[in-house]
Design a protein around this ligand. Structure first.
Ligand code: HEC
Length: 165
């Protein structure tokens, strides 16, 4: 084999390895970035919602949610909006009671305020009151209310008497 041929073969091998390495590095970096826990600054964590979950607050929130959030989070908060599948990570299911159980109001407020790719920030688009109203609504998706759940009581077995145990 002529010397220049083996040299170019060597070069191609090095080039191939370099490209492979770079691709891997980019993929690993991206995965780490995407899975980074969503850290909430301390000053937000302890914030309390100044608003109460009244029907009027929830109704205002429903209006805003319908305009700004349904395309991703879905009408009922199930994370199944028409745009949801185009996004990574997928929008979470707010009807899962575990999702926000350990989150403080301040944390949920922060997530809506700051956003995180692909979710936009609503700091400029919505007033703090509107964001607090959304916190109430987002939490309400996991609490069955007469308007968003089918009554289940007739299907539940009668509770066992505890004195038999
Ligand atoms: C472009 C799609 C998109 C829009 C619009 C959007 N979100 Fe999100 N949202 C997401 C995605 C995706 C996540 C998950 C992000 C993550 O885990 O990194 C998320 C996360 C959240 C979270 C944190 C809880 C969780 O899922 O882990 C809250 C709360 C939330 N969104 C509320 C809202 C509200 C309220 C609105 C409307 C004002 C809204 N979002 C608009 C895509 C969107």
């Amino acid at each position: 084999m002529p010397a220049h041929a083996s040299l170019s073969l060597q070069l191609r091998k090095i080039l191939f390895a370099a490209i492979l390495f770079l691709t891997l590095a980019v993929v690993i970096y991206w995965v780490i970035l995407e899975n980074k826990p969503w850290v909430v600054p301390e000053e937000y964590k302890s914030l309390k919602n100044p608003l109460s979950p009244s029907e009027s607050n929830l109704n205002v929130a429903r209006q805003i949610y319908g305009n700004e959030c349904t395309q991703c989070h879905g009408q009922r908060g199930r994370g199944d909006g028409p745009e949801a599948k185009q996004h990574y990570p997928l929008p979470a299911d707010f009807t899962d009671p575990k999702l926000l159980k350990s989150a403080t109001d301040g944390e949920v407020f922060y997530w809506i305020t700051a956003g995180r790719r692909p979710m936009p920030s609503f700091k400029r688009r919505l007033t703090p009151d509107q964001r607090w109203q959304l916190v109430l609504l987002v939490r309400s998706f996991s609490q069955p209310t007469p308007t968003n759940s089918v009554p289940t009581s007739p299907l539940k077995p009668a509770p066992e008497k505890s004195n038999h145990q």
